[in-house]
Design a protein around this ligand. Structure first.
Ligand code: DLL
Length: 432
């Protein structure tokens, strides 16, 4: 069994990482130029040829790719290998317009699973673990990615997919699952169900690998306390293979980006200008080893910061902060930029469970913001006066965080529909 903690790669010197990136970038640019006419045209329009790209210092010369390009080139326009060499597609959960379809050769699948295996090992996974995977399977990358990684580590893999809580909990207790992989909102829901059924002492979980959506530090602590585990973040997107682009280690201060496969940049989302290290901006990835879907300078729309500090785990690959929102789902309410994660932070700090919905509307040409929040069961028995007082407190705390007034409505436990995949947190009626 291969060891997926790969110190020669994961703790490599900065010089070594840059050397790999230089060599792989140059090769990848030639591959794309020769095989992806859509991107070659973009390079030609910018007056760039492969000879202009000699090292990562030249990366900024390349044009960006965006989700709009992926939609325009749908379905086969960005494929870098003939269909006969591709063995898999995965796709985004996009609800509007054309979905994004990503292609994989067998080599791409192998490298993707290696990245997921690294994430499982960083969360303490070994061949003795029972890895319970409740991410969705099928087109969504969560289930298949972690499944492949779990196999590579040698864990006993439970391909549960999401849904059917009774069955989830039965297998979790009967088979003694030790690592849970799912979205943080589903982990919170499973934790709640375990608590309600009084079966916490039958659960053997030690770690969780949660990602695919934004979650706050407070939500992490809540899940960790309820399940008695250490909860690790994992990041990725369909366009860059899926989960495993970056993952947390024991230090839990950001996610190590697999820099031997991806070059990360932070840009100003307005101007596209590359920002100095440590700045907050939009994350851009260049995939330097992918064959079938070799995206160069792909704009993720995720807003974050890159952290290049010595990590106590020994890994040297740069870390990304938790995404602080998306440049495109950032809400602009009465001219103020509002990230749903800010609202979640306030709710969790005030002791509310992570079950809430943000409703934005426009009345008489003015934006309205309403936050529907589920009460914890012990709050529900409060008197009406106490509930009104709680609502007022939340309004004040949200005003302090966001700078604008929000209407708050406290609702009974279990009123807000639970999500088995990514939670739908925002209903923006202004767009309809
Ligand atoms: O969500 C891949 C994935 C699966 C990641 C399982 C982690 C675990 P998409 O459906 O294409 O792929 O969505 C990608 O989800 O651009 C982020 O906005 C968001 N996202 C992913 N991971 C995180 C995370 C998968 N850890 C989009 N924290 C990305 C916050 C995340 N947001």
């Amino acid at each position: 069994m291969a060891n997926y903690y790969q110190p020669e790669i994961e703790t490599a010197s900065r010089e070594q990482i840059i050397a790999w990136q230089n060599e792989r970038l140059v090769k990848q640019v030639h591959h794309v130029w020769d095989n992806v006419p859509y991107y070659r045209k973009k390079m030609e329009e910018k007056g760039v040829t492969p000879d202009d790209i000699q090292s990562i210092e030249d990366l900024h010369k390349l044009p960006f790719l965006t989700k709009d390009d992926l939609r325009e080139a749908y379905p086969y326009g960005l494929m870098g290998k003939p269909q006969s060499e591709c063995v898999r597609i995965q796709s985004t959960s996009g609800t509007t317009g054309k979905r994004v379809v990503a292609f994989y050769t067998q080599h791409d699948v192998d490298l993707w699973e290696d990245c997921c295996a690294r994430a499982i090992v960083a969360a303490g996974g070994t061949k003795d673990d029972v890895c319970h995977i409740s991410y969705g399977y099928g087109l969504f990358t969560g289930g298949p990615g972690l499944n492949g990684g779990s196999h590579k580590v040698g864990c006993l893999t439970l391909p549960m997919s999401s849904g059917n809580t009774d069955r989830q909990l039965q297998f979790m207790t009967d088979l003694g699952s030790t690592i849970l992989c799912c979205t943080p909102s589903y982990a919170a829901y499973l934790a709640e169900s375990i608590y309600e059924r009084g079966i916490r002492d039958q659960i053997k979980l030690k770690a969780g690998i949660f990602g695919a959506e934004a979650w706050s530090e407070d939500m992490r602590h809540d899940i960790e306390n309820k399940l008695g585990i250490k909860a690790y973040d994992i990041y990725g997107l369909t366009e860059t293979s899926g989960p495993g682009v970056a993952f947390e280690c024991s230090e839990q201060t950001g996610m190590h980006i697999n820099e031997d496969h991806f070059i990360a940049e932070i840009i100003d989302p307005e101007t596209g200008e590359v920002l100095p290290e440590g700045s907050k901006g939009e994350l851009v990835f260049t995939a330097i080893t992918k064959e079938a879907f070799p995206l160069l300078r792909y704009r993720t729309k995720d807003i974050c910061v890159l952290i290049r500090k010595k990590c106590s785990c020994g890994r040297t690959h740069v870390k990304m902060s938790k995404p602080m929102g998306r440049s495109d789902d950032m809400l602009i309410i009465r001219g103020v930029n509002v990230f749903p994660s800010q609202i979640e932070t306030v709710l969790m700090q005030q002791g509310y469970p992570a079950n809430y919905q943000i409703i934005v509307d426009r009345v008489n040409h003015s934006d309205t913001l309403e936050v529907m929040v589920e009460m914890a069961p012990e709050m529900f028995s409060d008197s009406l006066a106490d509930i009104t007082k709680r609502e007022k407190e939340l309004v004040a705390a949200l005003k302090a965080m966001l700078g604008i007034m929000a209407k708050v409505k406290l609702v009974a436990p279990k009123t807000i529909t639970r999500s088995e995949g990514k939670a739908v947190r925002v209903i923006d009626n202004r767009k309809i």
